[in-house]
Ligand binder design. Structure first.
Ligand code: BG6
Length: 475
């Protein structure tokens, strides 16, 4: 098959394009992962000449984007520049799509990816117009479409969007992107669990006391009030990123390393999650209502904590506590598996001798996989210490960005780390009942761990939230 590619990005001036897509394209280009003949067409509304996009990429990479971690090589950038094209147009204008088709034909590649970095309310117009000019078809090569989470805003709207997509594309053409699925540290959970034999026999109700998942950020919503105030924490990261973390950490072994087998197991976990509306706490950080583009009496959650169970035999009655929020004490994302402590442990009479072993998948920062264990303090007496056995990455710079990985997966046609329709709908099915019973969020102080009620949620089960440790993987 012809390996040339045209990548069309609708919304090239969007925040997403600036912060994520342009740096990712640079990195993919640097690693020579773009097909030899690649054309990138950036689309936006502003009339600009063709050369504008080269300056725009240059500026985005050099000045505005603090997310790009390593120096930009002028040589790589110049090669990327040769691939860039710009077109201005309205996405509801059929004439523009006729011009786009002509441009794609002139460029001569048979494979096309459309990346929709636009508001979801434009999707239908884009799909309609692509279809009217025949750009959704796959003739000699492939045609793929990439869209971002959130897919819908509840189960019915996600179902409508999936139905809409199915009118224009087949499932193998649709790449629903949740960037957590592209995180190196999350994907490594699969290797850790199913590539090694030691720990997997312990991932069940006989050995696990409970599970905690934390995604906390020590900053607020910044300039994203317009979006965030309509969504809130539970839908912003709970419906997607946190459920993906849960699925990776707890899914059954896939029958093989393939998209179908892995997605099937992730989806099984999500379908068996038990929503417990009375076990959710919503919070809002102090001062949130004064943020830009936020309603003055906003009831939007910037924090939530919840308890759930997975109704599969292997994990029956193992409680799972999940929390996430903005303006909290630390920025840290991790999954902790807290193991049961045998009642006959030899050292339980000694200070900290009853502490459980904890397996921590640290997604960020101090990325790694660590096991908290008890060790003997060096000396003449038997005193114990909490210590960590750890796998750490040498440097967080060695970790490819999630967007870099996912865009190159889409180019290769690998859907393993993308959501399919059924998976997204299973996520909403769990989240919707929790959203429906939403109460007015409890105000919490900035730089705390959220409202006290979130602590009560876990304390009533005689457990407590683990304070994320920064004592390991300090690289
Ligand atoms: C985004 C959310 O999807 O994920 C943000 O909209 C959140 O609110 C972000 O901050 C977290 O992603 P990461 O990669 O920084 O953990």
């Amino acid at each position: 098959m012809d390996s040339s590619l045209t990548l069309v990005i609708f919304g090239i001036t969007s925040n997403l394009a600036q912060i994520k897509l342009i740096p990712a394209l640079y990195d993919i280009s640097e690693k020579n992962l773009l097909p030899n003949t690649t054309h990138i067409i950036g689309v936006a509304r502003a009339p600009q000449d063709e050369s504008w996009i080269k300056n725009y990429f240059h500026q985005t990479l050099h000045l505005e984007n603090k997310h790009h971690q390593h120096p930009i090589s002028e040589d790589v950038l110049s090669k990327l520049n040769d691939k860039l094209n710009y077109m201005n147009g309205q996405l509801n204008d059929l004439n523009f799509f006729q011009e786009l088709k002509q441009k794609i034909t002139e460029l001569g590649s048979t494979n096309t990816i459309f990346y929709l970095a636009t508001y979801p309310d434009l999707y239908k117009d884009i799909f309609d117009n692509l279809k009217k000019v025949g750009l959704n078809e796959q003739t000699n090569g492939f045609t793929r479409v990439m869209i971002e989470k959130p897919i819908g805003e509840d189960l019915p709207s996600a179902q409508r969007l999936n139905k809409l997509l199915a009118e224009y594309f087949t499932e193998d053409q649709i790449y629903r992107l949740d960037h957590y699925l592209g995180k190196e540290t999350l994907q490594n959970i699969l290797t850790f669990r199913f590539g090694n034999g030691t720990f997997e026999p312990l991932i069940n109700k006989d050995h696990i006391d409970h599970i905690q998942i934390t995604a906390s950020e020590n900053f607020g919503i910044g300039k994203r009030g317009g979006y965030y105030d309509k969504v809130g924490a539970l839908k912003d990261v709970g419906q997607n990123h946190q459920l993906q973390m849960l699925a990776f950490a707890l899914m059954d072994p896939p029958s093989e390393f393939s998209n179908t087998a892995i997605t099937k197991e992730r989806t099984k976990i999500l379908k068996n999650l038990q929503p417990i509306p009375e076990k959710v706490v919503f919070g809002q950080y102090e001062g949130y209502q004064q943020e830009e583009n936020v309603e003055k009496d906003s009831k939007t959650d910037t924090f939530y904590a919840l308890k759930t169970f997975i109704n599969i035999e292997r994990l029956k009655d193992v409680p799972i506590y999940i929390r996430a929020g903005k303006n909290l004490k630390e920025t840290v994302t991790e999954i902790s598996i807290i193991f049961k402590t045998p009642t006959n442990r030899l050292f339980q009479h000694i200070d900290c001798g009853k502490d459980p072993n904890v397996l921590i998948y640290r997604i960020q920062p101090n990325e790694g996989i660590v096991l908290k264990i008890l060790t003997k303090k060096p000396g003449h007496t038997i005193d114990l210490d909490d210590s960590y056995m750890q796998f750490c990455y040498r440097s967080s710079n060695e970790l490819p960005d999630a967007y870099e990985k996912l865009i190159s997966d889409a180019i290769r046609g690998d859907q393993t780390f993308f959501n399919d329709a059924e998976e997204v709908e299973a996520q909403w099915k769990f989240i919707d009942p929790l959203v429906k019973t939403k109460t007015i969020p409890i105000v919490y102080s900035s730089k705390s761990w959220g409202p006290k009620e979130a602590d009560d949620l876990i304390k009533e089960d005689s457990r407590e939230w683990l304070e994320p440790s920064m004592m390991f993987c300090n690289i």
